[in-house]
Design a protein around this ligand. Structure first.
Ligand SMILES: Nc1ncnc2c1ncn2[C@@H]1O[C@H](COP(=O)(O)OP(=O)(O)OP(=O)(O)O)[C@@H](O)[C@H]1O
Ligand SMILES: [Mg+2]
Length: 237
């Protein structure tokens, strides 16, 4: 049974896709969704890691909006907030974070207490839970593998929000359980060398970089510019 604990939340939710979002932003996410579907079409696994080289690149925002866009096609989607150091998915979706991934992986909460509903009927979330002392260990544990396997039975896509990989290795701990990573880069912030270093970390572990998404692209400046052969995201905020 999925719980609905839509109880609080503040400014974090302001960048979430809604009826008020501009045409360009909605279109950017739709394009992104289409490109991701192409990237995943050859993979058996449907779980995707959202990460970046450095903090603040737009991982969490992109993860939640792309999950929403994907769920709007009728696909069953779940977001896993695996950023147990700076968790924000519960803030974005205005949910309670009493239970969640940290408690689930520690064996302190059962799965049914951690599955939360959102306003989108096909989109569920497991929030990060209380901040644990050992996030990397928990994410590298067998329980994480079992969880991804179990969720794959009930959901078409699993979107996993993680910390930046040039800072901590959390996102790499369960890389082999996933189709690969989407690297989020922020315009005028992310350095090419750092992005390349992040991609190398993934390749060194025989993981896939499914694509690079550039966030915070100014619509006014570059209305249709694509930064990679995978996808782009734009926003005029
Ligand atoms: N496409 C976008 N356009 C404009 N601003 C954005 C966009 N995506 C994210 N932001 C803003 O950038 C900031 C960082 O975003 P977010 O929290 O999604 O990044 P992050 O990579 O998850 O950060 P962290 O490394 O701290 O987890 C937030 O203030 C967010 O509102
Ligand atoms: Mg984040």
């Amino acid at each position: 049974m999925v719980k609905n604990k839509d109880v609080h939340g503040k400014n974090r939710s302001s960048k979430i896709l809604s009826k008020a979002s501009s045409f360009q932003v909605v279109e950017a996410y739709n394009t992104l969704r289409a490109n991701l579907l192409f990237s995943l079409s050859t993979s058996q696994k449907k779980s995707v890691i959202f990460t970046s080289s450095e903090p603040g690149a737009g991982k969490s925002t992109t993860c939640s909006n792309l999950a929403l866009a994907m769920s709007q096609t009728g696909a069953r989607v779940i977001i896993l907030d695996a950023d147990m150091r700076k968790p924000v998915q519960h803030k974005i979706f205005r949910l309670n974070n009493v239970d969640g991934l940290s408690k689930l992986l520690s064996g302190l909460s059962p799965l049914e207490d951690c599955l939360l509903e959102t306003r989108s009927p096909n989109l569920h979330i497991i929030t990060a839970g209380p901040i644990p002392p050992n996030p990397s260990e928990l994410l590298g544990s067998q329980r994480m593998g079992y969880l991804i396997e179990a969720l794959s039975e009930s959901y078409d896509y699993i979107f996993i929000d993680t910390p930046p990989i040039n800072v901590v290795a959390d996102a790499l701990m369960f890389l082999d359980q996933t189709a690969g990573v989407l690297l989020i880069a922020k315009q005028k912030q992310t350095h090419y060398d750092e992005l390349q270093r992040a991609a190398e970390k993934v390749h060194n572990l025989k993981g896939n970089v499914l694509g690079v998404i550039v966030s915070s692209v100014s619509v006014a400046d570059k209305p249709y510019k694509s930064y990679s052969h995978y996808a782009y995201e734009s926003s005029n905020e």
